[in-house]
Design a protein around this ligand. Structure first.
Ligand SMILES: CC(C)(COP(=O)(O)OP(=O)(O)OC[C@H]1O[C@@H](n2cnc3c(N)ncnc32)[C@H](O)[C@@H]1OP(=O)(O)O)[C@@H](O)C(=O)NCCC(=O)NCCS
Length: 186
C-alpha cells in the first residue's frame, strides 16, 4: 500500500486513503444526493460509522492486496480538508468510482481527478481497458465519461441505492486514452 503515490492536478491533491480519513468523510458522504446513484451495496439510511467500517474492512484491505487504489481529494490550497474520493479497482466491468462533496460539485474538479486516475490506471498500473457502469439518470457522471474520451458500449439494469435503474456501461482502451491525452491534456 505504501507504493501508492500521491497524485496532483492543477487544483487537486489525490492522497492515498487512510483510516483516519473516515471521520472527515462520514458527514460529506452520508448524503442522499451523494449515494442515490451508487451501487445498492451502499446501505441507506447510512450508518453513523459506515465510512469507518467500509475503509477498515473493505477499502484498505483491498488496497493492501493490490486490488484497489483509492485516494481522497483535497484542494491544493486547503490540503487538510477532504472534499471527495476516487477509486480504481480490478473488479469486472467496474474499474472506477468517485464522489465529491456537494459544496465542491459543478466546478470541473472531478474531471481533473478522473484525468489523473485514468492516467495511473493505464500508464502506471498497465491495464489495457477501463470499464465503468453508471445510472443513465446520473447525467454529470455520464458527462465526465464522455468528455474524458470513453465510449458508451451497452445498457443494463443495475441495482442502485435508489432502486433498480437503467445503467450505461462506458469503456476505454489504453490506445483511446493515449489519443485523448494527446488531444486534450489539461
Ligand atoms: C458525479 C460527480 C462526481 C460529478 O462531479 P463534479 O465535480 O460536479 O463534475 P465536473 O464539474 O467535473 O463535471 C460535471 C459535468 O457534468 C455536467 N453536468 C452536471 N450536471 C448536469 C446536468 N444535470 N445535466 C447535464 N450536464 C450536467 C457539467 O456541466 C460538467 O460538464 P462540462 O464540464 O462539460 O460542463 C458528482 O456529482 C458526485 O459526486 N455525485 C454523487 C456521487 C456519484 O454519483 N458518483 C458517480 C457514480 S457513477
Amino acid at each position: 500500500m505504501s507504493m501508492i503515490p500521491e497524485l496532483q492536478t492543477q487544483r487537486l491533491l489525490l492522497r492515498p486513503l487512510e483510516l483516519a480519513d473516515a471521520e472527515q468523510v462520514q458527514p460529506l458522504f452520508a448524503q442522499w444526493e451523494i449515494v442515490k446513484y451508487l451501487n445498492a451495496i451502499v446501505p441507506w439510511p447510512y450508518p453513523d460509522d459506515g465510512v469507518f467500517h467500509y475503509y477498515r474492512d473493505v477499502a484498505l484491505p483491498a488496497m493492501e492486496r493490490g486490488e484497489e487504489w483509492t485516494w481522497t481529494l483535497r484542494l491544493r490550497e486547503a490540503p487538510h480538508q477532504i472534499i471527495g474520493a476516487i477509486s480504481l479497482g480490478c473488479r469486472e466491468d467496474n474499474n472506477r468510482g468517485f464522489w465529491i462533496g456537494l459544496p465542491w460539485q459543478g466546478q470541473g474538479l472531478m474531471s481533473e481527478a478522473v484525468f489523473a486516475a485514468n492516467d495511473f490506471w493505464f500508464e502506471v498500473l498497465g491495464f489495457s481497458k477501463l470499464r465503468v457502469p453508471k445510472a443513465v439518470a446520473n447525467v454529470s457522471s455520464s458527462r465526465i465519461s464522455a468528455k474524458t474520451g470513453m465510449r458508451l458500449v451497452s445498457f443494463e439494469e443495475h441495482e442502485f441505492v435508489s432502486g433498480r435503474l437503467q445503467a450505461e456501461i462506458w469503456e476505454m482502451t489504453v490506445e483511446e486514452w493515449r489519443e485523448h491525452k494527446r488531444l486534450y491534456r489539461p
